[in-house]
Structure formats: structure tokens, C-alpha cells
Design a protein around this ligand. Structure first.
Ligand code: ZN
Length: 465
């Protein structure tokens, strides 16, 4: 098995070359990585969806995006499952700006652990509570949840991240088995889906700044359950101590809205500043709760997705905090946005002396490339890239103009996707393994200096076998 000891895009080509040299006989049957193979990414659906979004929703609703250009004031943060069938914005018929959303596997909130680790879900909740001052925290569970199935069947532990992540709900499993020892599997699963929502609500009560806001009654927490067999939303009633039916919650960058997707089309992870941490950075705790990595792992290994898209956006509060050095006033946000530290350094190097707004915009794009590079530290992603069965892509949504651009490894720039050439370009856009070695951004028109990302320090990687 190949592992990248150093996070470096060059590693991938080196891996293949090394593999070809050293064990040619054992991999002779494997396909070589060619553009024809890697180009068969399945993104046309999303990008034509984006074109529909841009031509209709965006252009026909200027009042929505004009209002949101400089700030967002969602009244609720919702913690949903990454499951493609349960989009919080679709279920609640929310508009951009209405909802601040975190999505992870099985919509879990871990207990308060302030250890300097990369806690994506806690970071989003902290930002929503402290900065956006949301009035509601909603944990939205759902029927037929793959994460809960893995927990109940005991096969989540075979994964690198999913097992430890699902341990957050271990107590919910224990309670479920005590309450329904002999019930059919479907009944147990449904009960565990309910109990895990309650477990996450209890865990919310371990966050001191949530408790504070609950005590002064400026915040409420709710448990919701979406049953998509019936299309029914159930809400936990604290007095009845059960979920009851209702026949009656990001915010500005909803991937499903932007790509005009239907439920089932897209598996979404959401966190602050759309960051992906490296596979095993030094400050990872041994048994951490890695929400983003768990969702990636589930999408790659279980759902066998063909494409991973990092979707960044303009006016990103997380990148703003990173660039202004205000994130370190926070317990979780600081270590979390540190994932983008290298992107910040590159930005400051190549955009020194430029206005902060331009630096922030450059860093928004640089951090997308940073996350793409970090994806290359996950052995099971590298493995699939090597086989040509997955592609990784960087997209950037500018909601002042409503335009989506994608990182093009050929031109080393983010190229607009709403032009006539978009479809043709789309076929070439997937970041091919052989081409991720030179991530860089050419300067935007308004900027004279060059931003070369991750290329200036490129060096041959160390390969461990
Ligand atoms: Zn789920």
C-alpha cells in the first residue's frame, strides 16, 4: 500500500512511477492514468444545474443576493446528515441566507472537547452561536441513515474515521438495545436514529457558551427527524418525551441550490470555510471526532462517488477570520481555520501590499487548493485517483456576480463556468492526478503580482511502502 509521508501533489506521479519501476509485474494489469480515464467525471449534471440556477434563480431574484452580499443573519444553525436525500434547505423550503448549515455523517454533535484538534462541527456551531448569534440550534436526523446502520450493525469500526465518529452515538445504541432488545431491526434502527438526535442535544449542553445562552433564553435547541418514507418531519417534544409530527433553517451558499440538484443527487459535507484537513496532521488526536473526514470516507468507500468537489465562496467569514487573525479568539474556530494557514502564507507572499479585500479573495481560492492538496494525503482517495475512478475538483462561487468558476489545472486558474465553452471545458476540468502537481493561481485582472500556490516549495516526496 502506498502512503504519502509528505503532503505534496508531486507525490502522486512519483507514486505511479515508483510503482511502475518497483512492482511492475504486480500492477501490470492496472490501468495507466490517462486523461481519457480520469475525464469521465460525472459533473455535467451539476454544472448544467448551475447554469439553470444562474440563468433563472440568480438573475430572477436579485433582491436575495444583493441583500446577502456583505453579511448573513440566519436565525438558526442546523446540523444535518450528509445524506443526499435530506437537504435541510429543501426540507424547510429555505432561501439563501435563512439557514446556517453543518452537515456530517449521521448529523452528530460530539461532546465539548477543547483540545486544539480540527473539530469541524463544533467550529460551525461556535461561529453560529458567537458570531452570527443564531437563536436556534437544530439537530436534524432522518430515516434510513447509513451512519446509524453502521453503528447498529457494528461495522463502522472497519473505517479509518467513521468508526470513531459514530462512537459519539454509542450511548444511543446502548439505550436503544436496552429499550428494544427483541424488536425487528427496522424498529431498532429508527429508535437509534431518534436516540442519537437526543444524544447530540445532550452533548450540546456540554458547551459552556451554549449553556450560557440557554440560561439567558437567547437560544433554544431542537431535535428534528425527517422520515422520507412519509415525507414527514417530526419534532422532539420535551414534555411528551417523544418525536411528534409537524403539519406546519448556510446560509448563502447551498450546494444543492447552486447546482439545481434534486434530493439524492449530491452528498454534502458542510463546515466553516469548506476546509479539508490533512489525513494525519501532527495535532490530530488519536481518537478524534473527524466529521469532515468521516463524510469523505463514507462518500468514497461506501457510496463510491465519482467526484469530490471543494466548493468555496466569496465573502467567507471563516477565511476573513483567518486573514484578520481573529479566529484565535475562539476555542474551535482558531485551530479549524489553521487548516488554511499555508494558503494564508502563500496569499500574503504573493499579494503583499494589496488591499485586504483582495487578499481575502485570493485566500478563499488558495484555501480551496489547499484542501485539494490535503485530499491527496488520504490513501484511499489517492488509490482511487490512481485507478482513475474518482476526480477531485475545486469550485468557487462568487455571489456578488452569481458566477461559478472551477479550478482548471491546464491554465492554473479558476475559469468561469457559465460561458458557451463551459460544457467543453467541463470535460477537461477534473483535476487529474498527473496535473495536480502544480497548483497555482495566476493573478486576477485587478492584481498585478503573482500568486503561485504550492508550487514554489514543490519537492520530491518521500514514499513509504
Ligand atoms: Zn444519515
Amino acid at each position: 500500500m502506498f502512503t504519502l509521508k509528505r503532503i505534496n501533489p508531486v507525490s502522486i506521479r512519483s507514486c505511479i512511477q515508483f510503482a511502475s519501476r518497483t512492482c511492475a509485474s504486480s500492477i501490470a494489469h492496472e490501468k495507466k492514468l490517462t486523461p481519457e480515464i480520469t475525464n469521465k467525471s460525472n459533473l455535467t449534471k451539476y454544472l448544467t444545474g448551475y447554469q439553470r440556477f444562474h440563468n433563472h434563480y440568480f438573475k430572477e431574484n436579485p433582491e436575495i443576493y444583493n441583500k446577502l452580499q456583505n453579511s448573513q443573519h440566519p436565525s438558526s444553525v442546523i446540523i444535518g446528515c450528509s445524506d443526499s436525500r435530506v437537504d435541510p434547505a429543501i426540507i424547510t423550503d429555505a432561501k439563501p441566507g435563512d439557514l446556517f448549515v453543518v452537515r456530517n455523517v449521521a448529523n452528530l454533535v460530539g461532546p465539548y472537547v477543547n483540545d486544539g484538534g480540527h473539530h469541524g462541527t463544533a467550529t460551525a456551531i461556535e461561529y453560529a452561536v458567537k458570531v452570527l448569534k443564531v437563536k436556534n440550534i437544530i439537530v436534524l436526523g432522518h430515516s434510513k441513515c447509513g451512519g446509524i446502520q453502521g453503528l447498529m450493525d457494528g461495522n463502522a469500526s472497519q473505517f479509518d474515521f467513521v468508526g470513531d465518529w459514530m462512537n459519539i452515538a454509542q450511548n444511543a445504541k446502548t439505550i436503544t438495545l436496552e429499550e428494544h432488545p427483541d424488536a425487528p431491526r427496522e424498529v431498532q434502527l429508527r429508535a437509534c436514529e431518534h436516540n442519537s438526535i437526543l444524544e447530540s442535544l445532550k452533548n450540546l449542553l456540554t458547551y459552556p457558551w451554549i449553556v450560557e445562552r440557554l440560561e439567558d433564553k437567547s437560544l433554544s435547541i431542537s431535535g428534528w427527524y425527517f422520515d422520507f418514507d412519509q415525507g414527514e418531519l417530526l419534532v422532539y417534544d420535551g414534555e411528551l418525551e417523544q418525536f411528534v409530527g409537524v403539519h406546519e433553517l448556510n446560509q448563502r451558499v447551498d450546494p444543492a441550490i447552486i447546482t439545481d440538484c434534486d434530493p439524492g443527487d449530491i452528498f454534502v459535507v458542510r463546515n466553516v470555510a469548506n476546509l479539508v484537513a490533512p489525513y494525519k496532521p501532527g495535532n490530530f488526536t488519536e481518537k478524534g471526532h473527524h466529521g469532515t473526514a468521516s463524510a469523505l470516507e463514507y462518500a468514497v468507500k461506501v457510496l463510491k462517488v465519482e467526484s469530490i468537489v471543494i466548493l468555496g465562496h466569496s465573502k467567507c467569514g471563516g477565511i476573513d477570520a483567518l486573514m484578520r487573525d481573529t479566529a484565535h479568539n475562539f476555542e474551535f474556530l482558531g485551530p479549524w481555520v489553521d487548516i488554511g494557514q499555508k494558503a494564508k502564507e502563500k496569499t500574503l507572499k504573493y499579494y503583499s501590499g494589496k488591499p485586504l479585500e483582495i487578499q481575502i479573495r485570493a485566500c478563499e481560492k488558495a484555501s480551496i487548493l489547499q484542501s485539494l492538496e490535503n485530499l491527496l494525503s488520504y490513501p484511499w482517495i489517492v488509490d482511487r485517483l490512481r485507478q482513475g475512478i474518482i476526480s477531485i475538483n475545486g469550485w468557487y462561487f462568487d455571489f456578488e456576480t452569481g458566477r461559478l468558476s472551477a479550478y482548471d489545472p491546464d491554465t492554473c486558474q479558476f475559469e468561469l463556468l457559465d460561458t458557451e465553452k463551459a460544457e467543453e471545458r467541463l470535460r477537461q476540468l477534473s483535476t487529474r492526478k498527473s496535473e495536480v502537481e502544480n497548483f497555482q493561481i495566476e493573478p486576477e485582472d485587478e492584481v498585478g503580482s503573482k500568486l503561485k500556490l504550492l508550487s514554489s516549495n514543490s519537492r520530491p516526496s518521500t514514499l513509504g511502502v
